[in-house]
Design a binder for this molecule. Structure first.
Ligand code: C5P
Ligand code: MG
Length: 298
């Protein structure tokens, strides 16, 4: 049996030999992928995080922006507000978000504080809806290498791509649109802006989504998952430990393969990631592995 398993890596998906790939249990990964291949693209759905999963973490040694950072760095934010953002809150809250020594329960109140402050600050900036596209165009946001193949093959095989993001929905939709890959099979659940009759940002809609309540969001929106219930195989992509539970709203899951991008604090977090994600991609700025797996399944 072992020999068969390793054949998959050896012949069908040689990309799994890439040095950035770490697996807790290669045999199990190969078994899941084989099951997904057997059931075909009609049984598959992809559930993915956005920031730092579909977008690059860094390019030429420089950090790439999250959907929040795109606005923070744009001309839509006053200099005064930028000065505030430069010292706080990111430098305070981001280390808490990625600290592997803290429990999720410990982190949650800090995340709620961070997101609430960020949303409040944005609302104070009187941002206009029709300026968002320009902010995205002028930003350094980049989808990961191989994104055309990724979005394109999901579209070609009518595989739903569900993006579950704690970022800013209006902004990330612009990023996808700007790159020409907002195909009809893509659906986004995120924090969306509410605009007044003059087109000015006045609040955020619905329940706040932060890094560690994606599971609740998934469970609270069963209707969003309804049309996906007949697709029992899930390829899940994330970069945070909070992304691991994004698929909890799907019932009758038969096979789930969780791929985690380990972008930052690699040494400190490697064990936790390898213990939780089926495949860990360490400092890998590409979609090569998801693409190779999709090529084999479809
Ligand atoms: O799409 P995703 O769920 O990854 O988006 C959330 C990310 O945005 C978080 O991982 C967090 O580091 C980042 N963030 C930010 N600025 C904020 C709030 C969150 O850059 N104000
Ligand atoms: Mg992310």
């Amino acid at each position: 049996v072992l020999a068969i398993w390793h054949q998959l890596t050896k012949y069908e998906i040689p990309e799994l030999k890439k040095p950035s790939v770490i697996m807790r249990d290669r045999g199990r990964v190969e078994e899941i992928i084989r099951n997904m291949h057997g059931a075909g693209p009609g049984a598959l759905q992809v559930i993915s995080d956005f920031d730092m999963t579909l977008t690059r973490f860094a390019f030429n040694g420089k950090r790439c922006p999250t959907s929040h950072n795109i606005l923070d760095n744009s001309s839509l934010i006053s200099e005064d507000c930028k000065a505030k953002l430069a010292n706080f809150p990111k430098s305070h809250y981001y280390p808490i978000e990625i600290d592997s020594s803290l429990s999720v329960e410990d982190k949650v109140p800090h995340m709620v504080e961070w997101w609430t402050q960020a949303h409040d600050l944005l609302v104070q900036q009187r941002i206009k809806k029709d300026q968002l596209a320009k902010a995205v165009r002028e930003s350094d946001a980049m989808l990961r290498d191989g994104y055309e193949v990724f979005f394109g093959s999901l579209k070609d095989h009518s595989i739903p791509l569900l993006i579950f993001s704690a970022g800013l929905g209006d902004i990330l939709e612009e990023v996808i649109e700007h790159n020409g890959v907002f195909h009809p099979n893509v659906r986004v659940f995120s924090n969306y802006m509410e605009f007044d009759k003059n087109g000015l940002l006045c609040s955020f809609k619905g329940q706040l989504i932060h890094t560690f309540n994606k599971r609740e969001g998934a469970l609270l929106n069963p209707d969003q998952f309804e049309q996906l219930q007949d697709r029992p195989n899930i390829l899940l992509l994330g970069d945070s430990m909070g992304d691991l539970t994004m698929a909890d709203g799907v019932q009758n899951v038969q096979n789930i393969l969780r791929i985690g991008y380990l972008n930052d604090k690699v040494e400190e977090r490697r064990d936790a990631y390898v213990g939780s994600y089926d495949i860990v991609l360490e400092k890998d700025e590409t979609l090569d592995i998801p693409n190779a797996i999709l090529r084999y399944i479809t």
